[in-house]
Design a protein around this ligand. Structure first.
Ligand code: FCB
Length: 445
């Protein structure tokens, strides 16, 4: 199906997504405090090649030019995240005007070019000072987050069109508190449920604050994967249900149904605590939209693993990306219709979708030829169209990512950008996928 035959809903958002620590660089500039990612990446042994975000894409100093590139591509929306410790160096209390000014300029620059800003409040970079006070394990984090959110609403709600509270709470907990591959690098079965629950409480409290102060819309961003069993054995089926509960329903059920899935207790055993019932009054605060990040499906085989108790297995006939993720565009249609069927109709955005592939060096050709990413993009936009045709209320699509950037603990080794970045010179070069995306947007509007 070509996008030419298809009418996207009016005002459909066509954007690209990034996150503060992955692109900004200058993490301590102009009075900013350190985040847990600054600490983590400066801890020997944590990052591939010892990489860190000290420079990244140098976006902190190049933001105006970068917005110009977005305009060249015809983007009408841009999803970025705010570094909490730039704005509140200690996480609470004193506001750092230098940090606020950076985001003010960015939002104004975007508005001047008719690019609508979507601001994510938390894309994984907790202020280090708050980690010292227990971070996501301290119940007070809900107050700390609501305080920070209010500062941002007051400062930027005139220009920001969509607010997203958390990016991928599942990854924050699974990577940060259970398996330890992401900051703050803990590996603790008993901490993980507490971190998840406090993330949700913080989300709910900031939504409530927005109702008092905001005039646009606010939602949450989750990563979802359709889970299917590797075989029809009972063990694989049970493992699939648990994997689905763990990743897909653990955060959405509390927000939309006011309770965790029953499987959470089976998964965590004695590590799953009883949470105060009144917490769900906060967690259930009504959101205006949900952002869905989609990268792959999960084909599940039962195993003895702690928590997921399931392995994702490889399919011989499939293509895998450089992060070893299966390319499976139909899964995007599946997960969007699943969401609508389970949680009801509401505005949805694809807030991330993209792939890391090996790209030839930028010196060889301009644009950089990235045929696998071009294919990925076309297939996934078509899969989104199919969901729209079946009545799912999808209002926008944000490709991950605008730039090659710091892929967290994998450093600069995985290139997800539609714009190539030469990290030695900071030269930006469009990839073929960027030009394809520009054409998709033109034809859709
Ligand atoms: C998502 C993250 C994003 C990026 C992509 C590849 O889980 O939200 O920052 O790292 O994966």
């Amino acid at each position: 199906m070509s996008t030419r035959d298809f009418h996207f809903p009016p005002a459909f958002a066509w954007g690209a997504a990034t996150a503060a620590y992955q692109i900004e660089g200058s993490p301590l500039a102009d009075g900013a405090g350190p985040s847990i990612w600054h600490r983590f990446s400066h801890t020997p042994g944590r990052m591939t090649n010892g990489d860190n975000g000290d420079v990244a894409c140098d976006h902190y100093r190049r933001a105006a030019g970068d917005v110009g590139l977005m305009q060249e591509l015809g983007l009408n929306a841009y999803r970025f995240s705010i570094s909490w410790s730039r704005v509140l160096p200690a996480g609470t209390g004193r506001v750092n005007q230098g940090g606020l000014d950076f985001y003010r300029r960015l939002v104004d620059e975007l508005r001047a070019k008719n690019i609508r800003p979507m601001a994510t409040l938390y894309h994984w970079d907790l202020p280090a000072a708050l980690d010292d006070r227990g971070g996501w394990l301290n119940r007070d984090v809900a107050d700390w987050f609501a305080e920070y959110a209010s500062v941002m609403f007051k400062a930027l709600d005139d220009g920001v069109e969509w607010w997203a509270t958390l990016n991928e709470p599942w990854v924050v907990t699974d990577g940060g508190y259970l398996h330890g591959a992401l900051a703050p690098g803990h590996r603790n079965l008993f901490e993980a449920p507490i971190a998840s629950h406090n993330l949700l409480r913080a989300h709910g409290r900031s939504v409530q604050a927005y109702r008092a102060e905001g005039k646009h819309v606010i939602g949450i961003v989750v990563n979802l994967e359709p889970k299917s069993p590797a075989t029809d054995s009972d063990d694989d089926r049970v493992a699939t249900q648990r994997a689905d509960a763990y990743m897909n329903r653990q955060y959405l059920d509390p927000v939309f149904r006011g309770a965790y899935p029953d499987e959470m207790r089976d998964l965590f055993g004695e590590a799953w605590p009883d949470f105060p019932a009144s917490d769900f009054d906060d967690i259930r605060a009504k959101v205006d939209f949900v952002g869905i990040n989609y990268y792959k499906r999960g084909v599940v085989q039962a195993s003895q693993k702690v928590v997921e108790r399931a392995d994702n297995i490889h399919i011989a006939s499939s293509v895998y990306t450089e992060t070893d993720w299966e390319v499976h565009a139909p899964g995007l249609t599946t997960i969007l219709t699943w969401f609508r069927d389970r949680y009801g109709a509401m505005p949805l955005y694809i807030t991330e979708n993209g792939a890391a592939f090996y790209d030839p060096p930028a010196a060889i050709s301009d644009p950089v030829e990235d045929p696998l990413r071009v294919h990925y993009l076309r297939e996934h936009v078509a899969a989104m169209q199919r969901a729209i045709e079946s009545g799912v209320d999808i209002r926008g699509y944000f490709v991950w990512s605008l730039f090659d950037n710091l892929e967290w603990s994998l450093g600069y080794t995985k290139r997800f950008g539609i714009i190539h970045v030469d990290f030695a010179t900071q030269k930006r070069t469009f990839k073929r996928s960027a030009l394809t995306y520009r054409d998709i947007i033109r034809n859709a509007m």
